[in-house]
Design a protein around this ligand. Structure first.
Ligand code: ZN
Length: 163
């Protein structure tokens, strides 16, 4: 059983934007993931979506956020900023997030859910272990998944695979 997180109205709206970015990525031939970073008041500072279709499989939005934050935010701003994402960070992005000192993460759907969907569809596992954020970065406060986005995000991943 998945234990779902109940987001605030602001958090829900920011996650909505992430899922829309994920759909935009899929429409453009990339994988359905979208993310953004907001300051402590909920103002969006930077957003991006997956861009792997041209051959660089590290072009995850959460990785771009970590790099953007390292260049543009002070350590204090990074620590209090909140990252929102349509799908929980992979180990690469969790590590980048922690290395640059970013704060809390709120995700719409979790790695455990994605792994379950891929198993359901008989999709072979990828080259990186599907570890949850806290297995890679134990000091990061995380919240998710959020029930209202599960079916929609699952449908994006199904569509990506022609299902
Ligand atoms: Zn990633």
């Amino acid at each position: 059983m998945t234990a779902f997180y109940s987001p605030t109205e602001t958090e829900s709206a920011l996650l909505r934007r992430c899922v829309d970015l994920a759909a935009e990525a899929l429409d453009d031939g990339d994988e359905p993931f979208g993310s953004l970073i907001a300051d402590a008041e909920g103002t969006v500072l930077f957003e991006d979506r997956n861009r792997v279709k041209d051959g660089d499989a590290t072009r995850h939005p959460e990785f771009e956020i970590a790099r953007w934050a390292a260049e543009n935010l002070t350590p204090e701003q990074r620590a209090t900023a909140v990252t929102f994402t349509s799908g929980e960070h992979c180990p690469m992005c969790s590590a980048a997030h922690a290395w640059v000192g970013l704060g809390r993460i709120v995700y719409a759907t979790g790695t455990v859910q994605l792994v379950g969907w891929l198993a359901e569809w008989g999709v072979p596992s990828g080259p990186v272990s599907p570890l949850p954020i806290n297995a890679v970065a134990p000091g990061i406060e995380v919240a998710g998944p959020v029930a209202e986005f599960a079916d929609e995000v699952k449908a994006l991943h199904a569509r990506m695979r022609g299902l």
